[in-house]
Design a protein. Structure first.
Length: 132
């Protein structure tokens, strides 16, 4: 977890924590307007809303946050139950557990201006029984 001074309400690390707790886990998509630049908010919503609809009970553990300059690198573990269509697959009712994700968030004026990440989607498909 980040150092105590790195979780001040306006720090980049605190913004990533809010993203996880309020939006990804909590489902408050309106909070995106406070966390992203206006041009990136719509992009984030187009990715997050369908994922939350597919896995409405998702949980995400913050494994590590590293804040340097205007960038936060974050490692997460994500779990959830497949209860809605996802990538053209009907709900299976199956659960995926502890899928690794790593993201880099770049900040401008205290909000996320760019995000890039990788997720172990193949393992997610495997755990849901959607791949051989």
């Amino acid at each position: 977890m980040p150092a105590a001074d790195d979780t001040a309400p306006s720090s980049p690390a605190a913004v990533v924590i809010r993203l996880v707790e309020e939006v990804l886990v909590g489902g408050d998509l309106k909070a995106l307007d406070q966390l992203y630049t206006p041009s990136l908010t719509a992009v984030a919503r187009r990715w997050i809303a369908p994922f939350r609809a597919s896995f409405p009970n998702m949980s995400m553990e913050i494994v590590q946050l590293v804040h340097e300059g205007d960038t936060v690198a974050a490692r997460f573990r994500c779990s959830g139950t497949h209860l809605g269509d996802w990538h053209g697959n009907a709900p299976t009712g199956r659960r995926f557990e502890n899928i690794d994700e790593v993201y880099f968030f770049t900040f401008r004026d205290g909000v996320i201006a760019n995000a890039w990440g990788i997720e172990d989607t193949l393992e997610r498909f495997h755990q849901l029984g959607l791949s051989s």
